[in-house]
Design a protein around this ligand. Sequence first.
Ligand code: AMP
Length: 449
Amino acid sequence: MATKAKFQAIKGTRDLLPPETELWNRVETTACEVFRTFGFGEIRPPIFEPTELFRRAVGGETDIVSKEMYTIEDKPGGPPDPSDSLSLRPEATASVCRAYIEHNMQQWPAPVKLYYRGPMFRRERPQKGRYRQFYQIGAEVLGGSDRPGIDAEVIEMVMTFFERLELPGVELEINSIGHSAANCRRGYVEKLRAALLEVQDRLGADSQRRILTNPLRVLDSKLDDEQAIIATLPKIGDGLCDECKAHYAELKRQLDLRGVAFRENWRLVRGLDYYMRTTFEITARGLGSQNAVCGGGRYDGLVELLGGPPTKGIGFAIGEDRLILSLLEAKKETAREESPAAGRSDVYVAWMGKGSEPAAIRAARKLREAGLRVELPAAEQKFGKALGQADKLGARFALILGEDELESGRWTLKNLQDGTQEKVSEGAVVEFLRDRVAGNRWSRETRDR
Ligand code: AMP
């Protein structure tokens, strides 16, 4: 008989499973809490958009748009319409700007502060920390001014979030890439191109190609052979106009005021015209070569490019997969338990004898209402088997309900960590367990610190 082919998650995608998903939830909840304190509200844009939106916002010549998007034709053969070609979003800034325009958010109190979380899709070569479906948590500030205090506050917000999570080895790098005018970035790019042409024979094929298409991207090169050459190239900071220089100096002062430590990296660039001035990147420990957990920058021209009014904008995107990897790597998290079920439950309701089933169901409901994690076996079990099962699930207590307990109204609570046993009157069971389990969680969390 032919064996049936087993299905597997598609290359570059994966299932996130418990207990790790608990950590994902905690990370996202923490982001929501921290971002709220900075005045951000959540936006949930659709997962697919017209391909044209990304072509314009991210740039048709970028790898992301030219090679990595998952695109479908919605109405093949029908009359041509720009929204016929749809793409799974490779990032969310384009959607947020589209929504800003679509909902006339320029009429909302400025600046508009929005954050998002969710899956993004890029057909990249999968490796540790790089997937084809990956998750980002990001935020954008739209409208308002381009004062460096806003840039600094956005960076402070990410750093506060990482601090709250105790993310290990966090390092922030900043740069300014000026603005597109001839007396600023455009002038610098010409100088850079001329310098690159002089050394082009010593550069790899990718960099050689970029001298003409996008010389700033040569600065991104990770090739060992090119590092010494790049170090000798003209620096963008030297070519900035006075206004951009002042903006950058003020950004640094604002970060100092907030006690945010940073390192300057003149090679931190973005290749697209509408990016301007502030760029930043944050790395964390335990991630190997894919160690960037957050990238961000100012993009004052983007909303206008998408057909909206001139609008200041700055934002960032955090790679949630990498963030989680780094947290797990640091073993700070209890999520990496020995078995998938370990730590799943607080109380195991071991009922014995048909007569005790209704009381067991009622008890489970009350305990769950009190926020406890309760396991209620669907069938009667022998005492030994019930305790074994409770142990496997990591329950702290077994609530034992048999005929004796029903008759006397005093239920048996077995502490599975130290083996002690107590009788507690039926009415006091919920409070007893809530106190013990909460106390237990507390002592475990403080011990782990
Ligand atoms: P970007 O949108 O390219 O600026 O990326 C922002 C952040 O998203 C990066 O710093 C990474 O942490 C994360 N990221 C980007 N691409 C991927 C990917 N293919 N897999 C996992 N994380 C990614």
